[in-house]
Design a protein around this ligand. Structure first.
Ligand code: NAD
Length: 279
């Protein structure tokens, strides 16, 4: 098994550490999840990002069990789905996720979307605080929250979210919400870090020329950009080759000018759902 002791970690506001690079399993077929997550663990990933709605927590759990990797060396995130917002349903939902994952605790539990029309995210957040106090999750955070939602949970509870997991890639950098996060000690997790393959990011000159200069692939350059600007990132792929490629990003460094050129690709280019529209 190849492991990479050099995976950088960041410290969450809960005091726990998180590997900055992980593996995401959105749209990974439940039937294939065990094999694909096993590949990722063999390559050296120790951080897996799943969600109840992905329907593949059982496969993640089987891969974890089969790996024999000590639990404390893994960082596992799952998420509370919209239908389960609320106090009792959040408690029940995490118990169900833990059962499927075969774990006593997760490292990070997130509210998946604010779902403002339901208006239950503050109640759910207070439930997540209870779940952390009960030891069922080490850290708690949110996903797809805008500044208004973050402000409300910070003012209405005694815990600042450890992370906000949001769509973020060079064309869509969400500077308002990431700036708010920096001010409040909330780390940014970038979902869709490669733009979900929905625009020709890899053909942008800023990406392609850095790839040529370093002898790396465009995907590796974009992952490196995320890491160097401080994002937590967990690109997804079903192919073992690409899973390994996306992990092989610790033997080069982008220059400040290369980082700036990729940062200049911002064009409000959201590729997926807007948080106010998901309910
Ligand atoms: P991504 O940007 O990681 O794109 C994945 C796609 O990029 C793959 O399907 C593949 O086609 C392509 N790709 C991957 N590696 C490549 C490589 N080396 N070369 C060329 N192409 C490559 O998008 P994602 O999967 O949506 O995001 C990553 C993770 O973020 C998800 O798996 C999930 O864990 C999380 N996520 C969270 C939310 C949320 O609402 N919280 C939403 C979407 C995704």
């Amino acid at each position: 098994m190849t492991t990479n002791p050099a995976i950088p970690t960041l410290t969450l506001n809960s005091g726990f550490t998180i590997p900055q690079l992980g593996f995401g399993v959105f749209k990974v077929d439940p039937e294939e999840t065990e094999r694909i997550v096993s590949d990722a663990l063999e390559v050296g990933y120790r951080h897996i990002d799943t969600a109840a709605i992905y329907g593949n927590e059982e496969g993640v759990g089987r891969a974890i069990a089969a790996s024999g990797i000590p639990r404390e060396q893994l960082f596992i995130t799952t998420k509370l789905w919209n239908d389960n917002q609320g106090t009792e349903s959040a408690h029940r939902a995490l118990d169900e996720s833990l059962g499927k994952l075969g774990l006593d605790y997760v490292d990070l539990y997130l509210i998946h979307w604010p779902t403002p029309a339901r208006d239950r995210y503050l109640e759910s957040w207070l439930a997540l605080e209870q779940l952390a106090a009960a030891g069922k999750t080490r850290s708690i955070g949110v996903s797809n929250f805008l500044v208004e939602h973050l402000t409300r949970v910070i003012e209405g509870s005694s815990t600042v979210p450890a992370v906000n997991q949001i769509e973020l890639h060079p064309a869509y950098q969400q500077r308002e919400v990431t700036g708010f996060g920096r001010e409040h000690g909330i780390l940014t997790e970038a979902w869709g870090p490669l733009g979900q393959g929905k625009y020709p990011l890899f053909e942008e000159d800023a990406v392609a020329s850095a790839a040529a200069a370093h002898g790396k692939s465009p995907a590796q350059v974009v992952i490196r950009w995320h890491l160097q600007i401080g994002n937590i990132v967990f690109p997804k792929s079903n192919s073992r080759e690409r899973i390994a490629e996306n992990f092989d990003v610790f033997d080069f460094e982008l220059s400040d000018a290369e980082v700036a050129a990729i940062t200049a690709l911002e064009r409000d280019g959201r590729v997926s759902a807007h948080p106010l529209e998901v309910n």
